[in-house]
Design a protein around this ligand. Structure first.
Ligand code: ACO
Length: 332
């Protein structure tokens, strides 16, 4: 128990990406597409892809070890591991348990959380509450994805978009003026059918209507997701800015889920913000789902862009449909 806890924030951060690069030129040889189409419509030039013998959770292990080292603690100090993922190697053992065993976080409880690309922000929100109520002292939240394992490599509509990566943070006590100042999560299950990935239940109708369901690969109505994303990113950002009693002018950086440069530009425009508020990674990594926010944040921190006291908006959207946002006053 940790009753004196005042504020909760990120005290350590790390990330990992596979070495193998798949460029748009490589994809031109695999499906009917072009570098020009992909770059213009999405902003993506290349993505990182895991080799087939490496499990996805290995990326989470690497990111977690870096975050723990950055926090100046040991794996045995961790009380809880939350792995936000839509692409676990197994339904069970859960990715969080596989990571727990590999890093030696012997006393930690562990579970997976699936809120698609919003998963990392959902994970932060859950972790914050465990810390605020004093139950735990250190929580590891990891966004870890191997979406290259889930896309249909014959479907140009989806296979050009995604990549593999992991980002991790350790959350713990910070001075009460800093850390997570407000959070907001939401879902609209009625829109769930615009972005789907079948698992254990497939109806006869699904199989008749959509061949992809039978193949157990991802499917999406890109334009519906696009419209939803631009709108919800604006609304969710405003929610946490207001929740922290701040205004748009007080925000130093926005870390959006990076699915498409045009979605990010659209959301920024609605917020009246300039593009220099973003640390872009989509060009080199593609859409890395729940890993995109922590990977971008880690790289921005390592590049020295983020200073103590900066106000950061983290905002994600994804399958479900789901969304989540957090306002963090950087504490390190
Ligand atoms: N190369 C060439 N042509 C293509 C490709 C490709 N890779 N993909 C689609 N096209 C074609 C289509 O077949 C279509 O051709 P048609 O007009 O002859 O039918 C044409 O390009 C236009 O297709 P649109 O779908 O209208 O293209 P759009 O401009 O909407 O861009 C995109 C598609 C990039 C998918 C966009 O809609 C988007 O980014 N949507 C949001 C996606 C997203 O955020 N997904 C998040 C999922 S992450 C998660 O939660 C796991």
């Amino acid at each position: 128990m940790n009753k004196e806890l005042n504020g909760v924030g990120i005290i350590g951060i790390g990330s990992a990406v596979p070495e193998k690069i798949l460029t748009n030129a490589d994809l031109e040889k695999m499906v009917d597409t072009s570098d020009e189409w992909i770059t213009k419509r999405t902003g993506i030039s290349e993505r990182r892809i895991l080799d087939k013998d490496t499990p996805v959770y290995e990326l989470g292990v690497k990111a977690a070890q870096k975050a723990i080292e950055d926090a100046g603690i040991t794996a045995e100090d961790i009380d809880l591991i939350i792995a936000a993922t839509t692409s676990p190697d197994y339904l069970f053992p859960q990715m969080a348990c596989l990571i727990q065993a590999k890093i030696g976080a012997k006393k930690a409880a562990a579970f997976d959380l699936n809120a698609a690309c919003s998963g990392f922000v959902y994970g932060l929100t859950v972790a914050q509450n465990f810390l605020l109520n004093g139950q735990y002292k250190y929580i590891l939240v990891i966004g870890c994805e191997g979406l290259s394992r889930m896309v249909d490599w014959e479907d140009r509509n989806t296979c050009v978009l995604f990549g593999d990566a992991a980002g991790a943070v350790v959350l713990g006590a910070v001075d009460n003026k800093y850390g997570i100042l407000s959070t907001h999560i939401g879902a609209d299950g009625e829109m769930g059918n615009v972005l789907t990935m079948p698992c254990c239940y497939i109806t006869e109708e699904d199989i008749k209507v959509r061949e992809h369901e039978n193949k157990k690969v991802m499917w999406m109505d890109g334009q519906e997701v696009f419209k939803f994303a631009v709108k919800i990113m604006e609304q969710a950002s405003l929610k946490v800015i207001e929740g922290a009693n701040l205004s748009i002018e007080d925000v130093n950086y926005v870390f959006p889920h990076q699915a498409n440069t045009r979605i990010i530009d659209g959301a920024l425009k609605r917020l009246g913000m300039k593009s220099d508020k973003i640390h872009p990674i989509i060009q080199k990594y593609g859409n890395i789902s729940s890993a995109s926010i922590p990977v971008a944040l880690d790289e921005a921190v390592k590049e020295g862009k983020i200073k103590k006291g900066d106000n950061l908006v983290l905002v994600g959207f994804g399958g479900g449909l789901t969304w989540g946002s957090a306002l963090i006053k950087w504490a390190k």
